[in-house]
Structure formats: structure tokens, C-alpha cells
Design a protein around this ligand. Structure first.
Ligand SMILES: [Zn+2]
Ligand SMILES: [Zn+2]
Length: 256
């Protein structure tokens, strides 16, 4: 099993995961042209994607999902709430193969086992995912306002984690955003700050962990150094061991 990010942050997110003969993309917050270019950079073609898995309807995760699904005939998996939110926002579902998921029930796409789990975030029916080839597990957690016991149970025992470190509280407080946006980000339905992310990590069974990647960093309210330091503190490791996903590059292939 291997995975790579095509980009991570409020300007767009997409993660590619391969297991056995199956390649999936998890979220797609880029235009079709941008997605094609970023896939090419990772050595991939859109036609090789067996499915698109969607976490929630926010544009940085979903803007590219339906265009990609339509253009290349790739089925897109999402909750009913996500589908309804996209439809209510005026998205065209024409010629898109939509597969509705139960937010609590595991399913398989080819050789990839997909376990969704529910999260607190200000979207209609948001989920995050653990992906597995039956031997290794990759846990993904972004766009979450606070820790829950359900999140910790879902991510415990993973071999790799992509973990939101959205903001540093002091930088958010003193930063350029208007008060309403600051309040939204810091709310229990907003995003994870570095310390809360570190607390989630500290609460997990980490005995199998081989990769930890800080993701969805705010370009205004965080720095890679602060995110790395927070997660390394929870792991008791050197900050350099923690990777950081960037908006432009994402991160390169990681093997499990
Ligand atoms: Zn997001
Ligand atoms: Zn979101």
C-alpha cells in the first residue's frame, strides 16, 4: 500500500492511495486542469483511478469531485448529506456515478477497504476515513473541530496518519482574519489546532505508526515548525521525523 498528497490546505486537498490493483483519490478540491497536472506530477493518469472518496462538501475538498467523476467516468463515494449539500449549492450531478455510503459502515473499492467515521465539522454529514489493504491501515483526519472518543477509537492502531494541524491559537488570535472567521475556525465544528491534534495523537495506540504527516496547515495562522513540534511532542520523537503536507506540493509517495 502507498499514498501521496497532491496538495493540502484551504486552497485544495487531494490524497492518492494505492493498494493491490486499486488506486483511489480521497477528496479533490482542485479544478479538473489542476488535478490532471498534479496527478501527472505524481506519475499518474486520471483514467487509472477506480474511485473518488469524499469527506464533505466544502470546496477545498469537493470542488473537483463531480467534474473529475464526469470527465473520466469515475464513481464517487459520499454520504447523503454531502450529496445533498452539493446539489443544494447548484452542482450538476448529470453523468456522475454517485455511490452513497453509510457514515458508519465499512465498504470496499477493489482491493481497498474503506472505513468511514463521523466527525464534528460544520458540514452537512462529514466523515473522515481509514483505508486498508487488509494488512496496513492509513488514517486520515482533517476538517475536525475537536477531539472525540469516536475519532480516537477509529484512528488507534494505524500504520500511518495524515493529521490536521490547522492553526496555532496565538497566531489565529493575532492574525488577519475577521472575528467571525476566527470564531468559526476555533469552534468545536471548525478546525484542529496543533495542540488538540497532538492530544489526539497522544491518545492513540501508536505501536504500528510508521508515518505521521501534519496536513491542512493554514498559511496565515500556522507554520510547519510549530505543527512539527506539537506532533513530535506527542510522539516523543525528533521534529524532523514528522512530515508536513504543503499546499503546492502535498507530499511524495509513502510506502506501507
Ligand atoms: Zn478543508
Ligand atoms: Zn471543511
Amino acid at each position: 500500500m502507498r499514498f501521496a498528497s497532491l496538495g493540502s490546505g484551504s486552497q485544495g486537498n487531494a490524497l492518492v492511495v494505492e493498494a493491490g490493483r486499486t488506486r483511489l483519490i480521497l477528496d479533490c478540491g482542485f479544478t479538473l486542469q489542476e488535478t490532471e497536472a498534479r496527478l501527472a506530477r505524481a506519475g499518474l493518469e486520471p483514467s487509472g483511478l477506480a474511485g473518488i472518496i469524499t469527506t464533505h462538501e466544502h470546496g477545498d475538498h469537493a470542488d473537483g469531485v463531480l467534474p473529475l467523476a464526469r470527465r473520466y467516468g469515475i464513481p464517487a463515494w459520499m454520504t447523503y448529506g454531502t450529496l445533498a449539500a452539493l446539489r443544494d449549492a447548484g452542482a450538476s450531478l448529470e453523468n456522475c456515478a454517485i455511490r452513497l455510503i453509510d457514515s458508519q459502515r465499512a465498504f470496499a473499492i477493489g482491493d481497498v477497504q474503506v472505513q468511514p467515521f463521523t466527525v464534528p465539522h460544520d458540514a452537512r454529514e462529514p466523515v473522515q476515513y481509514v483505508l486498508s489493504d487488509g494488512a496496513s491501515r492509513l488514517g486520515v483526519l482533517t476538517d475536525v473541530g475537536c477531539a472525540t472518543a469516536h475519532i480516537e477509537a477509529s484512528l488507534s492502531g494505524c500504520d500511518a496518519l495524515v493529521l490536521e494541524c490547522n492553526y496555532d491559537p496565538d497566531m489565529l488570535e493575532g492574525g488577519p482574519y475577521p472575528p467571525s472567521l476566527k470564531a468559526r475556525i476555533a469552534s468545536r465544528l471548525g478546525h484542529l489546532d496543533n495542540q488538540t491534534s497532538a492530544e489526539i495523537l497522544a491518545a492513540l495506540d501508536r505501536s504500528r505508526l510508521k508515518h505521521v504527516i501534519a496536513a491542512h496547515l493554514s498559511q496565515s495562522n500556522n507554520t510547519p515548525q510549530l505543527a512539527r513540534a506539537a506532533l513530535a511532542g506527542a510522539l516523543g520523537c525528533d521534529p524532523d521525523w514528522v512530515s508536513v503536507a504543503t499546499q503546492e506540493e502535498g507530499f511524495s509517495w509513502r510506502e506501507l
